[in-house]
Design a protein around this ligand. Structure first.
Ligand code: C2E
Ligand code: MG
Ligand code: MG
Ligand code: MG
Length: 281
């Protein structure tokens, strides 16, 4: 009896696995299709300067209106994109859409702040990245300083010459570089200092429990101190309430991003925000 039961169970699992494997293949195909047919979207979340809360920049965040699964956020499909090697193509797609939106904003006489685009390690390591970025800047008449690139610490973990060269070329094009989710990955302070970054983004996990959690206060303070010492700007991610805001302001954190101010907005809503008088600095 146990044997039959076991076999039945194994069969059940296999079915589940093959079903999910099949579902994955379908999803992968749909993602590729979305990439090729402009089926993804980019939302924009404002980054504000403290204390006046004017829009200093914004972050481009990818979204997918899936035909059957509905509105998907990166957590739903980026792991798959990484796994199947589509992440660099996705990042470049987002970058192109951002360039188009910057151009559209300009055509509508809106002053678009610099847009930060998230780049994965694969994207940074793409030997043709510089050419592709240059091509987009030219094609859409965009200056480097209209863009920023964000990357997580792990991207700079391996300090290769190629990486350094790529980053330096991006900077020479006028593109500012930020370290994203700072504090959650592995990067040596020495490397941080020697690579051409101008901004650190403190991960939401450290901001979340400010100012009650002593450890998070200590960590955030030390990041702020470090950044100051190295001459880097700091953005606090995931600010949701006034207590966090006040604490950050009090400790000289100059930029904030979070639901307290704005959720990531569809391009149209972001443009409306930019056209509102209060947005003007
Ligand atoms: P991230 O770069 O750290 O982006 C910030 C994330 O925090 C976004 O999640 C944003 O919606 C969310 N967030 C902002 N403020 C708050 C807040 O006050 N509370 C909470 N709970 N969340 C907040 P999202 O859009 O789901 O993106 C998740 C991650 O996916 C991003 O984290 C980034 O690592 C990655 N990602 C997004 N778009 C791209 C892309 O185009 N390319 C690549 N390679 N990665 C991307
Ligand atoms: Mg980011
Ligand atoms: Mg981040
Ligand atoms: Mg984060």
């Amino acid at each position: 009896y146990a044997k039959t039961c076991g076999r039945a169970q194994a069969q059940f699992y296999n079915q589940e696995i093959s079903r999910s494997a099949k579902a994955r293949v379908v999803l992968e195909q749909q993602l590729l299709n979305a990439l090729e047919n402009h089926g993804l979207s980019v939302f924009y979340q404002p980054i504000l300067s403290v204390p006046h809360q004017t829009i200093a920049s914004c972050e481009a965040l990818v979204r997918w209106y899936h035909p059957t699964l509905g509105f998907l956020t990166p957590g739903d499909f980026l792991p798959l994109a990484y796994e199947v090697g589509l992440i660099a193509q996705l990042d470049l797609w987002v970058l192109e859409r951002v360039c188009q939106d910057i151009q559209a904003a300009r055509a509508n006489k809106l002053s678009m702040p610099p847009v930060a685009v998230n780049l994965a390690a694969d994207t940074i390591m793409d030997a043709l990245l510089i050419d592709k970025v240059q091509h987009l800047l030219t094609r859409y008449s965009i200056k480097g300083h209209e863009l920023e690139f964000e990357m997580i610490e792990d991207v700079i973990k391996g300090d290769s010459l190629a990486l350094r060269h790529t980053l330096e070329q991006l900077v020479s094009m006028g593109i500012n570089l930020s370290i994203d989710d700072f504090g959650t990955g592995y990067s040596s302070l020495l490397r941080l200092k020697s690579l051409p970054f101008t901004k650190l983004k403190i991960d939401r996990s450290f901001i979340q429990s400010l100012p009650d959690n002593q450890d998070d206060c200590a960590i955030t303070l030390s990041v702020l101190g470090l950044a100051k010492g190295l001459g880097l700007a700091v953005v606090a991610e995931g600010v949701e309430n006034s207590q966090q805001q006040d604490w950050l302001h009090q400790h000289d954190c100059h930029y904030v991003q979070g639901y307290k101010y704005h959720r990531p907005l569809a391009p149209y809503d972001f443009f409306m925000l930019l056209s509102a008088p209060a947005a003007k600095s």
